[in-house]
Write a protein that binds this ligand. Structure first.
Ligand code: FAD
Ligand code: EPU
Length: 339
């Protein structure tokens, strides 16, 4: 374990923002993590655990210790005739775990193909896409409290998962580090075609009995066609969450904007699309200097090259303000802002 000083984090965040970290260490095991947390030299400094850096925006240099999580390993822990428990180290690349499971025909994870980042970050916002959310296959996780170095195991109900949220993004924000995650998957999978664009693609390809491998390929192709590749244009996926509003508020909006799409979350609340709100405010593809919104998906704020974290953050605030003025809706950030 080697702690280095004043290193650039440009290649460690998918926005490609060029900030420095006062101290930086990469850890490959729980023991190394404890060593980093226990070291007296850094005890008075703030600490930040970093995975793939694909859901984070640094607005300035980080005046503390950044711990890059690279804890490896995927293993099959247990199985019966129907289910299998797979455990992965928090530093494993999420899509490598998805591929591993799909290759063994362990189902329930395939619609979450190609989401950037690490396994350890997946529970933080309960990652979701194309009709699946992590919580549906989540079994339990292990981790360490930053202050006490105590280990703790969380079962599903203790994680308080909801749409793009969990206890780790709220009460335990910056207090707990996930070291491994266990998932419970199906050995006889049923494919999930609940997301319209996935279903349409299956029909278009005339696949009569789609496998989870087919779904993985379709989801990857849709994602590549819709979202910018951070290697080419810096971004962190959706910058904001899709807002959930009351049925009453929705009715009023729908009268004024008949093309407003929605779906019911429960009998009193509906989810609408942040991308639509942002586009209606005239923000689609808008560019200021090296930042702006993506031309195909305005919910994605991009860095065309040398935008600073502060400039990107300012743009996000301008978008929020316009949406608030026009629709009286407050967008909530999905991306974790490091001020
Ligand atoms: P990081 O960005 O490194 O960290 C995110 C947050 O989690 C930070 O606050 C960090 O401190 C904390 N954290 C990281 N690791 C740990 C740990 N081990 N223990 C405790 N805290 C930790 N997300 C979706 O849900 N669905 C999508 O479809 C989706 N599509 C995306 C597409 C693109 C092109 C991009 C760039 C991002 C997308 N995202 C999506 C967001 C992102 O991929 C996920 O949020 C992912 O889980 C982030 O993983 P990471 O390892 O990069 O986390
Ligand atoms: N839309 C517009 N204009 C656009 C693009 C989209 O109005 O330019 C509207 C359309 O009505 C469209 C709707 O937005 O039908 C939804 O668009 P899309 O299918 O692209 O999905 P999204 O709601 O914008 C969410 C997630 C994504 C996830 C996809 C697929 C959130 C905040 N975002 O995006 O997650 O990949 O669905 O499930 O929930 C992420 O979290 O970083 C992320 C990329």
């Amino acid at each position: 374990m080697k702690v280095v000083k004043n290193i650039s984090l440009k290649n460690l965040n998918t926005f490609g923002v060029d900030v420095k970290s006062k101290y930086f260490v990469e850890i490959y095991s729980e023991e190394e993590l404890k060593q980093a947390l226990n070291s007296g030299e850094y005890s008075n400094h703030q600490k930040l655990i970093l995975g793939g850096g694909s859901n984070i925006l640094f607005t300035k240099d980080y005046d503390g210790l950044v711990i890059k999580n690279s804890i490896p390993g995927i293993k099959l822990l247990d199985e019966d005739s129907k289910k299998v428990i797979v455990e992965a180290g928090a530093g494993v690349i999420w899509d490598e775990l998805v591929k591993y499971c799909v290759d063994y025909n362990f189902g329930g994870i395939e619609n979450l193909s190609y989401i950037p980042g690490t396994v350890g970050a997946a529970p933080i916002q309960n990652i979701g896409a194309y009709g699946q959310e992590l919580e549906e296959i989540f079994y339990e996780l292990n981790g360490i409290y930053i202050d006490s170095c105590e280990t703790k195991n969380f079962n599903k109900s203790e994680c308080s998962f909801s749409y793009r949220s969990s206890i780790f993004k709220n009460e335990l924000k910056n207090k707990f580090i996930i070291t491994s995650v266990k998932l419970k998957l199906n050995k006889n999978p049923n494919v999930n075609l609940s997301y319209n664009s996935v279903k349409k693609e299956v029909e278009k390809k005339n696949i009569k009995q789609p496998t989870i491998k087919d779904i993985r390929e379709i989801v990857i192709a849709i994602r590549k066609s819709k979202l910018p590749d951070p290697v080419e244009i810096g971004n962190a996926g959706s910058f904001f969450k899709n807002p959930v509003i009351t049925k009453e508020k929705f009715k009023v909006l729908k009268e004024e904007y008949p093309d407003l799409k929605h779906f019911f979350v429960d009998e009193n609340n509906v989810k609408i699309f942040a991308a639509w709100l942002i586009e209606k405010c005239g923000w689609k593809g808008k560019r200021f200097g090296d930042t702006g919104t993506h031309k195909l998906q305005p919910l994605v704020i991009v860095n065309y090259g040398n935008a600073s974290g502060k400039e990107i953050y300012e743009i996000s605030k301008m978008i929020k303000s316009d949406v608030k003025t026009i629709f009286y809706i407050t967008l909530k950030n999905e991306v974790n802002i490091i001020n």
